[in-house]
Design a protein around this ligand. Structure first.
Ligand code: GDP
Length: 537
């Protein structure tokens, strides 16, 4: 064991403490890209608006293939955006809002220490927000809510807060409150800082004027927002105090209480308040549970896990970038680390760290940071790297896909390329592969129909292989669990349902139920067998 000088250890602990790694979660169009951009502007990481490209799928304008490539290019660039603000190192991890990429977002949520949820004041709680927040709640991830587009006409603040509590199952506490809305939007009272932030009507961009209001009863409030608005605000704040619990940092960190801010990302209004509160309450990197033990960030030895893999866009350089979240210790360039699943040592001569829109080779990275490692096919999602200890991080489950199709080889001379391509695309987490027990046919399961286009296009362009699809009627893939593999009931299940049984890529047994009804019937008929909709249970 090497004893490090004390000043070195101090520096290491400080580096961990000053890191905040989070994701912005929202339904498409709520304002995630706009908010990200404003946050980067505050950090001085970018100089102008428009620097962060939206990774949305835009249908129609170009061919779908082109669109997929465009989207992939942007999502490589926006995978991790890092900047510094008031001495805090902030890492924003990209979480695609489009539902076809929900798996990607679920996996990224295993690498964040907190999230900001963006809600459109007019649209309220939307479908993708609901799904993603559910995952955050399951993992007790601390959440801050940002209600966006206050410059537009939207829902009444109290109605919307009710909706957030009910649909998202959150216990909220507003830390700011709007004064008017849309045409009458005058600004925001900041409960957290106790001041009024005025929204200037004329040139609405980038202007913030904050007035300290030490006493809400003072005439000063009437002077700046007008009598009616001042009275309404006083009444509403009284209601807020009566209805909602007081902010408590401990509860926020445990995922039991969620602060809410109002603002307008487009107008850069209420964003500084959000950011200031975020850096003071959001958690630094947390300990992480592995199958073997709990690993603390302050531990001297490096450990980390792969949560995302990105293929190179250039077909001539078919290497990939594996994104590693550092859990403990320091990750160093050119030091051999153990790839636990392969039980082999690998070292990396050019690990990438991420800044606003650039990546750059780094010598050393700390817990909370993300490094991008060039990979020629060693990694798959969920892999762990360590300094030698056998550690397997858990918590990157696969969910049952929504769509299922047979994949067929359309060019018999290119079978090898096809299987290699399928293998690598599955490791990247583009889709899931199931192999039928009965005849060995391969079935691709995806979250969205768009993935079939992505796979076909990439197989052709990156691997020189051609495929066709064939429809298959499957409702859900269920991972099968039984206590006794030799029980008469299990043997009968396997015999009767043989044509619905398959193996996933890990070799786990999966039941491909063809309808909700048949799944129910099967469950009733074989009570000693459990059918799971995720691969980890
Ligand atoms: P994303 O899909 O969540 O990344 O959403 P974007 O950031 O791309 O925003 C979607 C649209 O909403 C864009 O046209 C933005 O200009 C617009 N937008 C974002 N924030 C605001 C806001 O505060 N007020 C208004 N009026 N529009 C906004």
């Amino acid at each position: 064991r090497v004893y490090l000088p004390i000043f070195f250890i101090m520096g290491f602990i400080e580096e961990i403490q000053r890191r905040r790694t989070f994701g912005i979660v929202s339904h498409p169009d709520a304002g995630k890209t706009t908010l990200t951009e404003k946050l980067l502007l505050f950090g001085g990481a970018i100089q102008e608006a428009g620097a962060v490209k939206s990774n949305k799928i835009k249908k129609g304008a170009t061919s779908d293939f082109m669109e997929i490539e465009r989207q992939r290019g942007i999502s490589v660039a926006t995978s991790v955006l890092a900047f510094e603000y008031e001495g805090i190192k902030i890492n924003i991890l990209d979480t695609p809002g489009h539902k076809d990429f929900a798996e990607d977002t679920f996996r990224t949520l295993t690498a964040v220490d907190s999230v900001i949820v963006v809600i459109d004041v007019a649209k309220g709680v939307e479908e993708q927000t609901e799904k993603l927040v559910k995952v955050c709640r399951m993992r007790q991830i601390p959440i801050i809510v940002f209600i966006n587009k206050m410059d537009r006409e939207g829902k009444d603040a109290f109605d919307l807060l009710d909706e957030i509590e009910q649909k998202l199952g959150l216990t909220i506490t507003p830390l700011s409150f709007p004064i008017g809305m849309g045409y009458d939007f005058k600004g925001i009272y900041n409960i957290w800082e106790k001041n009024v932030n005025l929204f200037t009507g004329d040139s609405r961009k980038d202007i913030e004027e904050t007035v300290e209001i030490s006493d809400l009863k003072s005439e000063q409030l009437n002077t700046i927002v007008g009598n009616t608005a001042a009275e309404t605000l006083r009444e509403e704040l009284e209601l807020v105090e009566g209805i909602y619990p007081k902010f408590n940092k401990e509860q926020y960190l445990n995922g039991e209480l969620q602060p809410v801010f109002f603002g307008s990302a487009l107008n850069n209004f209420g964003v500084r308040e959000l950011l200031d509160c975020f850096v003071s309450i959001a958690p630094p990197p947390k300990p992480k549970q592995s199958e073997e033990r709990l690993v603390k960030p302050e531990e001297e030895k490096f450990t980390g896990f792969v949560f995302k893999i990105h293929a190179n866009m250039d077909p001539n350089h078919r290497d990939r970038l594996a994104f590693i979240k550092i859990v403990s210790g320091e990750f160093k360039r050119n030091v051999p680390y153990l790839h636990v699943r392969h039980n082999k040592k690998l070292k990396f001569s050019s690990p990438n760290a991420f800044f606003a829109e650039k990546k750059q080779i780094v010598d050393i990275s700390y817990p909370g940071d993300i490094v991008g490692l060039h990979d020629t096919g060693n990694f798959k999602i969920g892999d762990t790297l360590t300094e030698g200890e056998i550690i397997n991080y858990k918590g990157i489950p696969s969910f049952s896909p929504e769509h299922f199709r047979y994949i067929n080889n359309a060019d018999p001379l290119k079978a090898k390329q096809l299987y290699k391509g399928i293998d690598q695309l599955m490791d990247e987490g583009v889709a899931q592969l199931f192999t039928l027990d009965l005849n060995g046919r391969k079935v691709i399961g995806t979250v969205g129909a768009l993935q079939y286009e992505v796979i076909q296009y990439r197989l052709e362009h990156e691997y020189g292989a051609k495929c066709t699809y064939e429809n298959l009627n499957v409702h859900k893939a269920c991972w099968v669990e039984t206590k006794d593999k030799k029980s008469a009931e299990f043997l009968e299940f396997k015999r009767v349902k043989q044509r619905f049984l398959a193996k996933d890529k890990q070799g786990q047994m999966v039941f491909l139920a063809d309808s909700h009804f048949s799944l129910q019937m099967t469950q009733q008929k074989y009570p000693s067998i459990t059918f799971h909709l995720t691969s980890e249970f």
